[in-house]
Design a protein around this ligand. Structure first.
Ligand code: ACO
Length: 361
């Protein structure tokens, strides 16, 4: 038995399909490249939610409702915010989300959609001893997230962040989405389901990788020899962050989308100057991995260029997984609703391999 559930089909979904051999991602009938950079995050939320809520408003109306939800969540959680920066930024966000009502309505969903985007900038600012910037209900979602972080948002960075949120909005039955669906199948509310997704996303084998990518780039630069550094890591049994994937046997298509975004940002931002260096590290890593792990096709995954994009957007590396959650939460909610609609509890079996009791009386 494969203890990573490799190749096990545990759900039917209309939401997204990951083609690991071809390197394609389909989200509700659209290819990733059709959506990323062309649809706003609010539009993609509507695409994912379509059919899972009665009376879902049109794009414009839903985006307005998302704006109002940002204000509502900020006002609701503001009294508790001062307590949360004592925690790590990811745990602080998760603790804030745990304070939201645990229902299944569209209003509950919109509060959850906006919560990472509202909490992360507020907690980062409080951690730096600054006052949180309240949300602007009329602003575009990504633009407002940057404005809450830095007080202003350049159109180029807002577009880059919007493209990022769309790129990571859903991705088949990844570990955090599966965790979300398991909890949703028990008929616990959406907040409980999202907290499960958040727990799974945090780990470095999943959504916790982009922060360590920055640490790796810094360490390699300091070492002066990328290939030697990478070979040494593998010899020590470490994994190279931002490479490898359970499903993709070719390059993760999201990596190319995000790399193009970073390239478009140019050299105005810190990351611009990092890009050329990151490309040489990427090349070295692919070559080292090919030699060290010839039995496995290990390619660049989404997290490598995520790190550069989010650094350019002004987020510290400790908060990268929070921003991942701000995008993925849309997919989690849609999957939770899809799972709830089946009415079926997810409850697999284990095979007992432990000692048997002594049956002699
Ligand atoms: N660096 C070094 N070795 C690797 C890497 C890597 N990044 N990825 C896989 N391997 C090796 C393993 O060590 C193992 O080698 P072995 O057979 O000699 O023991 C072999 O490849 C197979 O490993 P598995 O864990 O079975 O591979 P899987 O495809 O399930 O792993 C995973 C996927 C967990 C993402 C892995 O590639 C990894 O740890 N990557 C680094 C962390 C990372 O980038 N995470 C983000 C993933 S994308 C996302 O979740 C959004």
């Amino acid at each position: 038995m494969a203890n990573g559930l490799d190749d096990v089909v545990a759900a039917e979904t209309v939401l997204s399909d990951v083609d690991g051999a071809g390197g394609h991602l389909t989200i509700r009938g659209h290819s990733l490249t059709e959506l990323a950079g062309h649809w706003r995050y609010g539009q993609v939320v509507r695409l994912l939610f379509d059919g899972f809520f009665d009376e879902l408003p049109g794009d414009g109306e839903l985006e307005k409702a998302i704006g109002s939800a940002r204000v509502e969540v900020f006002e609701r959680l503001q009294p508790m915010l001062a307590e949360l920066p004592a925690l790590e930024i990811y745990s602080g966000m998760r603790a804030g989300i745990a304070l939201l009502p645990d229902g299944d309505s569209l209003a509950d969903s919109l509060r959850l959609i906006v919560a990472p985007a509202v909490l992360t900038p507020a907690l980062l600012r409080l951690g730096r001893g600054e006052k949180p910037v309240p949300p602007d209900a009329r602003a575009d979602h990504a633009n407002d997230m940057l404005r809450m972080l830095s007080g202003t948002a350049s159109p180029a960075l807002a577009k880059a962040l919007d493209t990022y949120l769309v790129t990571v909005c859903d991705h088949g039955l990844n570990a955090s989405t599966f965790a979300t669906r398991v909890v949703a199948s028990t008929q616990a509310g959406l907040t409980s389901a999202i907290l499960a997704g958040l727990g799974a996303l945090k780990g470095p084998l999943h959504g916790g990788a982009p922060g360590p990518v920055i640490e790796m780039l810094d360490a390699i630069e300091a070492s002066g020899d990328a290939a030697a550094w990478l070979r040494n890591e593998i010899a020590r049994g470490e994994r190279i962050m931002g490479f490898g994937h359970r499903i993709y046997r070719v390059r993760d298509p999201r990596a190319d989308v995000l790399k193009a975004v970073v390239r478009r940002l140019g050299t105005r931002y810190k990351t611009g100057s990092r890009l050329a260096y990151a490309e040489t590290v990427e090349q070295a890593a692919l070559e080292v991995l090919k030699v060290a792990k010839p039995q496995r096709s290990i390619e660049t995954n989404v997290e490598f260029y995520t790190a550069l994009l989010l650094e350019a957007a002004g987020f510290p590396k400790e908060a990268f997984s929070n921003v991942f959650a701000a995008g993925r939460v849309a997919g989690w909610i849609a999957h939770a609703r899809e799972q709830q609609a089946t009415g079926r509890l997810i409850r697999p079996q284990s095979r007992y391999v432990g000692p048997v009791p002594d049956l002699v009386a």
